[in-house]
Design a binder for this molecule. Structure first.
Ligand code: KG4
Ligand code: ZN
Length: 364
């Protein structure tokens, strides 16, 4: 038996919708192998709207979601070949699409952005009489590496690195998890974005730092590796951000022109410091807790240097499988929200009346 889920993600600045097909639960209630398969996935990026401000403006993001969401839902149905073009059309409004549920990001995220997706999902669930899943965005990132493939073996250790979060999670099974470490200040993606802003690279900064860094010397500057030897699984990136700011200000006040070569070296060394901390902490947690799988997720998971360093580190651990998400599922997308509803539906199923935007939705 397979079920089809319409998934909606509007937690920040991407209006994303996907249609996911996955195996239903066995008679014991356990998900044997969800194998989330993407029938269609559409993302309307708002990056051009926010670029001139150097970051996301919540008011602009929410308005853009409200304007874009229904057309993106319609486009997703069309792309998947579902004949429901008239689903939002006046008198055909009750025509039910052939889906078995609606998944939506309930949080964490920007409250005004979240409300747009949540309100649309609640309305459609009521209209079409479908069950609804209020999915945690971070758990969505965790399961982004499980799309189009068999489920991993548990227990699993997940590293989620995005613009708003840097977390290590322990998953004893598909729907039992706890946070074992998180950032005490800035997230890794935020550290990339802030460094990019300092050297006048466009938003989002992560891909730009990676592009320049690939041409620079990784040991040109010895940036600090905050908390790398701390016994906790927590992270901290604000000190690193301060050190790059001081370096750039010093070079500018000394009248030094920040040459392309110097920018490349700064990016390469900065990226190396972030990757060192992320990989070192994940490795230490893995050695202590002995998971069967490592799951990587979040926008920063698109970073080639992080992916190859993790792969090289875990190649020496044959008992641990490393699940890297396909790059198209690293940045915010709705396929991962649908996948999380498929794999951990029990945790997220909720009455549509009770579904709300939860900007501080904790992983617990
Ligand atoms: O997961 P995501 O799309 O949004 C949040 O949930 O925050 O992550 C966005 C973050 C941004 O900070 C962006 O700079 C970073 O992911 N990012 C990268 C790369 N691609 C995106 N960071 C480093 N290297 C990349 N290639
Ligand atoms: Zn995200």
């Amino acid at each position: 038996m397979h079920m089809k889920i319409l998934a909606i993600e509007t937690s920040c600045d991407d209006t994303a919708v996907a249609l996911i097909e996955c195996a239903t639960k066995s008679c014991t209630g356990a998900v044997k192998n969800a194998y989330p398969h993407v029938l269609a996935s559409v993302t309307a990026s708002q990056i051009p709207l926010h670029r001139r401000y150097g970051g996301v403006v919540p008011e602009i993001a929410a308005r853009a979601h409200a304007e874009t969401l229904l057309p993106v839902i319609r486009e997703t149905f069309n792309k998947a070949g579902f004949a429901v073009k008239s689903a939002f059309h006046d008198r055909d409004v009750l025509c039910k699409p052939p889906i078995d549920g609606i998944a939506v990001t309930s949080g964490p995220g920007l409250v005004t952005s979240l409300w747009v997706g949540v309100t649309a999902a609640r309305t459609l669930a009521w209209l079409w009489k479908k069950p609804i899943y209020g999915v945690n965005h971070i758990i969505g990132h965790v399961f982004s590496s499980c799309i189009e493939r068999p489920l991993p073996q548990f227990p699993a250790l997940a590293l989620v690195v995005s613009g708003g979060h840097t977390e290590l999670l322990w998953l004893s099974t598909t729907d039992k998890w706890k946070k074992i470490g998180s950032t005490r200040d800035d997230a890794a993606g935020e550290a990339f974005d802030k460094c990019a802003k300092l050297i006048n690279l466009p938003y989002p900064g992560g891909p730009e730092i990676a592009r320049l860094g690939a041409m620079g010397k990784r040991d040109a500057i010895n940036f600090p590796r905050p908390m790398i030897n701390d016994s906790s699984y927590d992270f901290s990136f604000s000190g690193l951000k301060t050190s790059v700011r001081i370096l750039i200000e010093k070079e500018r006040t000394c009248g030094k022109y920040l040459s392309t070569r110097r920018k490349r070296d700064i990016c390469a060394s900065y990226e190396q410091a972030i990757v060192d901390v992320l990989v070192h902490k994940t490795m230490r947690a893995a050695k202590k807790l002995k998971p069967k799988t490592i799951l990587l997720g979040g926008g920063v998971a698109a970073n080639d240097h992080l992916r190859s360093t993790l792969a090289a580190s875990f190649a020496a651990q044959p008992r641990i499988s490393l699940f890297l998400p396909e790059k198209k599922f690293t940045m915010d997308n709705a396929a991962m929200i649908g996948a999380a509803a498929c794999i951990a539906g029990k945790r997220f199923k909720i009455n549509w009346r009770k579904l709300a935007a939860k900007p501080n939705f904790e992983v617990e």
